[in-house]
Design a protein around this ligand. Structure first.
Ligand code: SF4
Ligand code: SF4
Length: 314
């Protein structure tokens, strides 16, 4: 870490153009990330399965929740990708025709069915994952260095260094990271750090049959995502919006961002996440000022009178 963060706050909040460089990686490669376009997710869960298989993650329950066709419920120590199934009583507004952005396969969307009764159910499906935040509070609070910033700008937890203190769990503004119940160590998505080192894309992106999960340099993904939103809005899907793409947001932008078709809360995402360590520099400053005041008070109350009494006796 550089020593400038007390003056600028740039390592705890706000835009951060080079997280890998500021973490000490000399001449890092372009920052990479995920763009998850939920408008083309079909809920096949190939991403969940590929993640489990590649990373050898243990099975953690296959029972249906009773609330939907979701059988994994949420992200956790043994679920690093989670496909949410959201059922809504709303008519589908699906355009009959739309062009694909440059370089992408045209995916014909379903025709609207005039026979379908108003108020019919629609499904929103979204593959959630660790956001690999620009300002990652999980990493900031980790006392062992188990969580670290890689040269690709991603956030990885090393299971052999984690001591199970659990500080990272409440620090994450998205509720992503979790301790495994049997040994207390924390686990989450590593964006397949081992595959990146071998020049391969993460297993979930490789397995996704619809390109709902796209992997690549973050700047390119942001451009592609903006084009996709324009395309959907022009094709009568005004509710299409991006989430987590903005470097000016409360976490400095996410390394894994999303195209959503409804409010973030509908998908179980916080509408306005803020890095939980944002106010630490101000808190330390206030704590330092308070400690100085106490010390000055003690000097004024005890030391000075004692010195004056001593002088008076001479
Ligand atoms: S989403 Fe949570 S676990 Fe993932 S990098 Fe951000 S703070 Fe850490
Ligand atoms: S693999 Fe792709 S289409 Fe299938 S559930 Fe995951 S994100 Fe959706």
């Amino acid at each position: 870490m550089t020593g400038v963060f007390f003056e600028t706050g740039s390592l705890f909040s706000g835009p951060e153009p080079d997280p890998a460089g500021d973490a000490g990686h000399p001449d890092p490669p372009a920052r990479v990330g995920f763009f998850t376009d939920t408008s083309v997710c079909i809920g096949c869960k190939a991403c969940e399965v590929a993640c489990k298989e590649w990373n050898a993650i243990p099975e953690d329950g296959l029972t249906l929740t009773g609330m939907s066709y979701d059988n994994t419920q949420g992200l956790g120590a043994s679920t690093w990708r989670h496909v949410a199934f959201i059922e809504q009583s709303a008519p589908r507004q699906v355009p009959a025709e739309s062009a694909a952005p440059d370089g992408r396969t045209h995916l014909p969307l379903a025709e609207e069915d005039p026979q379908r009764p108003a108020g019919d159910v629609r499904w929103l499906m979204s593959s959630d994952v660790c956001k690999h935040c620009t300002h990652a509070a999980c990493l900031d609070v980790c006392p062992t260095g188990s969580l670290f910033r890689t040269e690709y700008g991603t956030v990885v937890v090393q299971e052999d260094i984690c001591n199970g203190c659990g500080y990272c769990v409440p620090a994450c503004p998205y509720g992503v990271i979790e301790q495994r119940k049997d040994d207390g160590r924390a686990f989450k998505c590593t964006m397949c750090y081992d595959r990146l080192g071998a020049g391969q894309e993460p297993a979930c992106a490789k397995a996704c049959p619809t390109d709902s999960i796209q992997f690549g340099p973050l700047d390119e993904l942001r451009e592609r995502a903006a084009l996709r939103v324009d395309q959907l809005q022009e094709a009568s899907v005004p509710e299409a919006r991006l989430y987590g793409h903005d470097p000016e947001d409360g976490v400095g932008g996410d390394g894994a961002f999303f195209l959503l078709l409804d409010e973030p809360e509908v998908y179980g995402l916080p509408p306005d996440p803020v890095v939980t360590t944002r106010d630490l520099p101000a808190m330390w400053k206030h704590a330092g000022a308070a400690a100085l005041s106490v010390a000055a008070g003690a000097v004024a109350s005890f030391v000075l009178p004692a010195l004056l009494r001593r002088k008076g006796r001479r």
